[in-house]
Design a protein around this ligand. Sequence first.
Ligand code: HEM
Ligand code: MTE
Length: 467
Amino acid sequence: QESPHLYTREEVRAHSSPETRIWVTLGCEVFDVTEFVDLHPGGPSKLMLAAGGPLEPFWALYAVHNQPHVRELLAQYKVGELSPEDKEPFTLKTSDPYSDDPVRHPALKVNSQRPFNAEPPPELLTENYITPNPIFFTRNHLPVPNLDPETYRLHVVGPPEGQSLSLSLNDLYQFPKHEITVTLQCAGNRRSEMTRFKEVKGLEWNTGAISTARWAGARLCDVLAKAGHQLCETEAHVCFEGLDSDPTGTAYGASIPLARAMDPEAEVLLAYEMNGQPLPRDHGFPVRVVVPGVVGARHVKWLGKVSVEPEESYSHWQRRDYKGFSPSVDWDTVDFDSAPSIQELPVQSAITEPKDGETVQSGEVTIKGYAWSGGGRAVVRVDVSLDGGLTWQVAELDGEEPRPRKAWAWRLWQLQASVPAGKKELNIVCKAVDDSYNVQPDTVAPIWNLRGVLSNAWHRVHVRVAP
Ligand code: HEM
Ligand code: MTE
């Protein structure tokens, strides 16, 4: 075996632009990643932050890289090693960016620690119609900011003929307080079922990237009106910026159409309370956006800025993520500009009891779950099958009676079914129908997509029957 080329950190540093080629280090190894920059799933600009230096401080922020397939990919680009005097492994001198994250409830199933992403286990998820704050699913892309409620200001950019506002929490409390029950679902809920069919890129969510709370706050339409905004004929979008930001200072961002924001019936909130409490830090303290009926990604937490723009937010999460594609599209052919950003979500349901692989008693079985649809469409029925979809029974719906066109919250459902005598196993399936008669697809195959979003096929649970 040939001995590797040796380079000093100085030499590595000289390779930090396309002209000089782009080198990075990990441990004592040196890589030339010039050809990979444009292919980076997190975007070229993020990768370039590490150009000419160590990856460790950045990968400490994005633990998505701690996977064997990422290491293998990087290994292809190895060009040498650091020379002995520079071999001292890089250690982060500054403090851990996540060290200030809040303490979390031990019941949460953690899909990623840094940034923190976790879901309640199915047996707790549907115990309560309103999800208790400590087990509400959490989807963070960055460290949780620690904001002082005394100095917090929300910046609302006004139109030329209006006025920009800088609102303290107390200013927000002066707007009429509006309280509504809203279910929040991540576009990646049930992604693990897509992964089982064919690999996708993303966090492994099971059925718990969904939760329900009573949210209270000022209506966005009231705040926008105060700044002088009106509904306009031309297309416009309300862009939101979070106060959580990455090492370049780029904030989490997203947008919704102005028409939704200005519609009092759409009930978009700048929420400062969750189930009667100030928002917990993980859920956006002190203020977050709540967009009823719309994908979780637009409910921007730790809200810092609101502006009305002719175009959707330029954020990575609006333009390069949270979009759906044909099963035929892969990472070599994907054109993110060709697909609309996900806003309203499709009809969804899942079984939370019994659990896959469980053994149930013969005689009677209780089947429980949740069902929800986007855009304020009410769930009108949940069908359950014990034989993989050959025959069906209708489940009983619990929870708040939905208001017409404003069914923002889920229905919990249950079915008490008798287990056919002699059955050794059951293939339990559920599917929901909303008031537009939208239904769920029976399998994952036709809706599989490279990012693993919008996973709403019939939910299936296989159980054995105790003899
Ligand atoms: C995602 C590789 C540098 C930020 C990814 C993924 C790969 C990758 C393979 C997809 C992982 C998955 O979803 O399974 C690399 C390589 C790098 C590099 C080989 C260096 C040569 C960086 C740097 C940053 C960064 C320096 C940040 C400053 C991200 C982000 C994602 C990502 C934000 C997207 C995570 C998501 O989709 O939620 N990277 N990366 N990467 N990377 Fe990197
Ligand atoms: N807002 C900010 N500022 N930063 C984020 O990482 N994640 C979004 C959204 N708002 C996010 C954010 C996503 S993808 C989802 S699904 C929801 O917040 C999750 O909200 P929760 O953590 O309160 O459940």
